[in-house]
Design a protein around this ligand. Structure first.
Ligand code: ATP
Ligand code: SF4
Length: 275
């Protein structure tokens, strides 16, 4: 059953960026948060929509696990990230609608499709420069629903960032994701190779645990932009998962913490290449 109603939630959204990966756990949500933070520090108004329905991880990554969505007369109000220094990122996630943190979402396809349509109709983003959508891994019911909604407003589709790890198994799955982008008429903005080597926190030596270069080779082969290699970096997990603790310990704001992190220059370069 298809629905022809224009996605009202995108009325004042200028551009939509999708973050995709063939496999789970390769760092899609982490890349989504880094893109959002980097773009916000450049002054853009950002929305982040977590469509990873069965594993919504953005509330944790933005340190907003206890947040709840408010309902207005016109729909759902997304939540501002809890930061004094960053006031231009709003987030919507199924995680905010669950009663308990540990609740699982075991839904069949039509229910997932219904929820995605509701996200595209109900969320009151207000004016946004970029809406970044974190998707589930692979090509599933959620991907079909996203493509159907976005293709009603093709002028808003900015493109897709594909995330992979360097190994061949992950890289092979990326080909399927690129195939999905072609079918859905999403421009591929480029490939990010995440977990590309491990940076030792003691001596800063980089060891290639999961090999290296798979993402870059694939980008070259398919004539796509290689946006950058992101190493496995314990400080990255720290910034993402322990924001409250770090802010308290160091007396720093989130923007100070993030802009002084090892990740910032890498994602600044990624963002420069896609803008
Ligand atoms: N470059 C990195 N360095 C260190 N840790 C990382 C890096 N990238 C991701 N991680 C960690 O790996 C875990 C998985 O990352 P993330 O949740 O972003 O993956 P995902 O692809 O979105 O997963 P899912 O398929 O479950 O949605 C997280 O704990 C995250 O903090
Ligand atoms: S990279 Fe160097 S400092 Fe880091 S664990 Fe290995 S030997 Fe030790």
């Amino acid at each position: 059953m298809s629905d022809t109603e224009i996605p009202k939630a995108l009325l004042n959204v200028k551009n939509v960026i999708l973050v995709l990966s063939g496999k789970g756990g390769v760092g899609k949500s982490s890349v989504t948060t880094q893109l959002a933070l980097t773009l916000s520090l450049k002054g853009y108004k950002i929305g982040v929509l977590d469509i990873d329905l069965t594993g919504p991880s953005l509330p944790r990554m933005f340190d907003m696990e206890n947040s709840k969505i408010m309902q207005s007369n016109n729909g759902w109000l997304p939540v501002n990230i809890p930061s004094k220094s960053i006031n231009n990122i709003k987030v919507m996630s199924l995680g905010f609608l669950l009663n308990n943190r540990g609740d699982s979402v075991v839904w069949r396809g039509p229910k997932k499709t219904g929820m995605i349509r509701q996200f595209f109709k109900e969320v009151q983003w207000g004016e946004l420069d970029y809406l970044i959508i974190d998707t589930p891994p692979g090509t599933s019911d959620e991907h079909i629903a996203i493509a159907e909604e976005l293709n009603k407003v093709p002028e808003k589709i900015y493109g897709a960032v594909i995330v992979t790890t360097p190994q061949l198994v992950s890289v092979d799955d990326v080909r399927k994701e690129i195939n999905y982008c072609e079918k859905a008429a999403f421009k591929v903005l480029g490939i990010v190779e995440n977990m590309s080597g491990f940076v030792c926190p003691y001596c800063a030596e980089c060891t290639n645990i999961f090999s290296k270069g798979g993402g870059e080779n694939l980008a070259n082969e398919l004539n796509l932009k290689f946006l950058g290699a992101v190493p496995i970096d314990p400080s990255f997990v720290d910034i993402i998962e322990n924001q409250s603790k770090l802010k308290l310990e160091h007396g720093k704001t989130l923007s100070e913490l993030y802009s002084s992190s090892n990740m910032y220059p890498i994602f600044e370069s990624v963002v420069e290449q896609i803008l």
